[in-house]
Ligand binder design. Structure first.
Ligand code: AMP
Length: 392
């Protein structure tokens, strides 16, 4: 039935992961009239609320991933902690998976990722593999304190990272990080953190987006400011570095290149995400083509869209509040939506928990000062609470 009513090349897109990124990818794909299947272990996941079909299964369920692909023309994913082998098997059978499994395998492993970037001449903080306390001491001799210890796999939102301040903390750091492969990294006293979204099409064309300036608290992104408040030389360098990353990895889809801006105006790549990113949510309202539409265009072989900025923007994450666990309510949305240029996104997660990403607000305005001001007002009005806990 769907095939018969379809008027463009028919694409059926399988997305592994049904969270907010999957949801916003799905909305973009549905705008093109595409058919979307999502795989997520939670029934009624955010993406499933807008997709045609959800497969309820674990991200590590190879058989479920394979069966979903049988009903689709192309497969993508919304986060990197999924079973690479399942994707590699699909590719080996000739099924299109974007970004490619070989790339995901490198990106999933922080040390392998940094080694690949360094080998390609892309600037990264100094790092080394560490196996135990003696190696950490050797890293400290080279990098001095503080330094970062990072788990090579499975980390996100700062989980799996330990900021090591003194030799006395080595034992505790290794205990907290547990039995896992580790790397040490020189601490970068950055002037600010930025990210550049970049898209690469199936034909190899690369386009980058304007820089986003990102502020984190407890390792979680709180606010993105666009355009980033850096000079044109830094902005130009950051976009060049992002293009170099895209050329090196040669993946298809939208990628996010997170970087540190050093006090002398240099840029160092912290991390590459092989997918649309939280710091790129501003593109929905502020760019000609959103990162989600761009990702769908890229993986389906459509021409890439215009990445120009239409207006300055500030994006603020709506996180679950401390002490609030349970059915989600958003307080203050009427007042916040009465402010000009406020765009509210709620992901449709039934249950809130402290620090959980429940939604975001993007404020667009004629200038950045106004956008910052309105975003602060909106942020002060909005609070994610659990039902029945609103009056504390
Ligand atoms: P990651 O999960 O590795 O991206 O790290 C999360 C956050 O930790 C980053 O956004 C930075 O704020 C901080 N961070 C990570 N690596 C470093 C580093 N080498 N120097 C300074 N801060 C870092």
């Amino acid at each position: 039935m769907w095939e018969r009513v379809f008027s463009c090349p028919p694409f059926r897109i399988a997305i592994v992961g049904g969270g907010q990124l999957g949801k916003m990818m799905t909305v973009a794909a549905k705008q093109f009239g595409f058919y979307v299947l999502v795989l997520d272990p939670t029934p009624g996941s955010p993406a499933a609320q807008v997709a045609d079909c959800q497969k309820v299964a674990s991200f590590h369920d190879r058989e479920a991933i394979r069966r979903m692909a049988e009903e689709a023309d192309v497969l993508t994913y919304e986060f990197e902690h999924i079973d690479c082998t399942a994707l590699a098997e699909l590719e080996a059978a000739g099924f299109p998976v974007f970004p490619a499994a070989r790339l995901l395998r490198v990106i999933q492993h922080k040390l392998a990722q940094k080694q690949a970037l360094q080998a390609a001449g892309i600037p990264v903080p100094q790092f080394m593999a560490v196996g135990g306390a003696a190696d950490v001491q050797a890293a400290a001799r080279q990098f001095s304190y503080p330094l970062l210890l990072k788990a090579c796999t499975g980390g996100y939102d700062g989980k799996g990272n330990y900021l090591l301040r003194a030799p006395e903390e080595i034992g505790q750091a290794l205990e907290v990080l547990g039995e896992t492969e580790l790397m040490a990294e020189k601490f970068v006293p950055f002037a600010c953190e930025i990210s550049v979204l970049a898209a690469r099409g199936r034909d190899g064309e690369v386009r980058t987006y304007p820089l986003s300036e990102n502020e984190h608290q407890d390792n979680i992104l709180r606010r993105s400011i666009v355009p980033a408040r850096v000079g044109p030389a830094v902005a130009g360098r950051a976009r060049e570095v992002a293009e170099a990353v895209m050329r090196e990895f040669a993946g298809v889809g939208v990628f996010c290149v997170e970087m540190f801006v050093t006090p002398d105006g240099g840029v160092l790549v912290n991390e590459v995400a092989p997918r649309p990113h939280n710091s790129g949510h501003y593109t929905i309202e502020a760019c000609v083509t959103s990162q989600f539409e761009q990702h769908i265009r890229a993986i389906t072989g459509l021409p890439l869209g215009d990445t120009s900025l239409r207006s300055p923007a500030v994006m603020v994450n709506l996180l679950g509040t401390e002490g609030h666990d349970g059915p989600t309510v958003l307080e203050g949305y009427r007042q916040a939506l009465a402010l000009p240029g406020v765009h509210l996104h709620l992901y449709g997660k039934a249950i809130t928990a402290p620090q959980r990403k429940m939604g975001h607000v993007t404020v667009t305005a004629v200038n950045l000062e106004q956008a910052l001001n309105l975003a602060e007002q909106a942020q002060n009005l909005l609070r994610v609470a659990a039902a029945g806990r609103g009056e504390e």
